[in-house]
Unconditional design. Sequence first.
Length: 86
Amino acid sequence: MLNIPEIVSQEEIDDFFTTISSNVKRIREEKGMSQLEVALMIGQKSSGFYANTENYKHGKHFNLLHLLKLSKLFNVSVEEFLIKRS
């Protein structure tokens, strides 16, 4: 059996997704949009999934297609979601 080293820790993964979620939430609020409004505009049927991804609850997180749609909706670059703010 191969001994494959861990590339990133769970803590690093959580930090990465938390950064993205926080940025999406911040930008959504700056745009004055509700979670339901954004969820529907990116193709989600309800705000439940979106709320969990925006708050990184239950391990739910945005995928690349979500980020592409959100960047178009918010008129920002995808990179805006990845920048860690203090």
